[in-house]
Design a protein. Structure first.
Length: 242
């Protein structure tokens, strides 16, 4: 019986980049389809839904952010944006529009694959409604609202738990400051980023072996935070404390 391969839609107007991405994803066991324009991408996503989308912003017929918005109107497919635009404001804007992750060109294929698998695992866990997720020594039981580090239960305040829960629900992917503030503290605190810094420090003291050298709760400077497990470390190695 033939094995069914996970599918990825690669959207980029540069032939060389599509060829590079096709080779990398096929070597990793994906079935790859391609689109050169935004219109082709939307058509392909509708007619042949994929399990992952890699989307370049600089398309000839429309900006990739428009493709993202139109996809998010009806699809929750894991989606990673590629762009030469590396500003923090641009990253935040696209993540708020619904991108699962963002990578600036040039990038390494190994890192892209790590982030792709992370986004797909997160969606699979969400679909299955798995009650327990693990990040190395950290385990979170959503049903019991319990947190364990190396099998020892850790006591968190309600706000600390809500922050950790929100990060875990988007594990491996960067979650913006604004999204976390809205989810944990409400819209009236959308600009109070000092709340996050304080609570992230508190969380790290409870879940990290060395809070000054975090390996689970990582910072993406100027953008947000990312909760990762050991196998996702290469994708976020440059991120440190706030």
């Amino acid at each position: 019986m033939n094995e069914i391969l996970p599918s990825v839609l690669v959207v980029d107007d540069e032939v060389q980049i599509r060829r590079f991405l096709r080779t990398g994803f096929e070597l990793d066991g994906f079935a790859v389809s391609e689109a050169e324009t935004g219109a082709e991408a939307l058509r392909a996503a509708t007619l042949r839904p994929s399990e992952l989308v890699i989307l370049d912003l600089g398309l000839p017929d429309m900006d990739g952010s428009e493709v993202l918005e139109r996809l998010r109107a009806w699809s929750g497919v894991p989606l990673i944006v590629l762009s030469v635009r590396g500003s923090e404001a641009e990253k935040v804007r696209l993540l708020e529009l619904g991108a699962d992750d963002y990578m600036v060109k040039p990038f390494g294929m190994a890192e892209l694959l790590a982030r792709a698998h992370s986004a797909m695992r997160r969606q699979l866990r969400t679909a299955r409604g798995e009650p327990v997720v693990k990040f190395g020594p950290l385990a979170i039981d959503f049903t019991a609202r319990a947190v364990f580090v190396s099998d020892a239960r850790v006591t968190l305040t309600p706000k600390e738990y809500r922050l950790l829960q929100t990060l875990a629900q988007h594990s491996g992917n960067v979650v913006t400051h604004q999204f976390l503030l809205r989810e944990v503290w409400g819209d009236e605190h959308i600009d109070d980023t000092h709340y996050l810094r304080i609570f992230v420090r508190k969380l790290r003291r409870k879940i990290e072996a060395d809070p000054t050298q975090p390996h689970i709760l990582l910072t993406e400077l100027g953008v947000g935070y990312r909760l990762v497990s050991a196998d996702q470390q290469p994708a976020a190695a440059a991120m440190g404390p706030p």
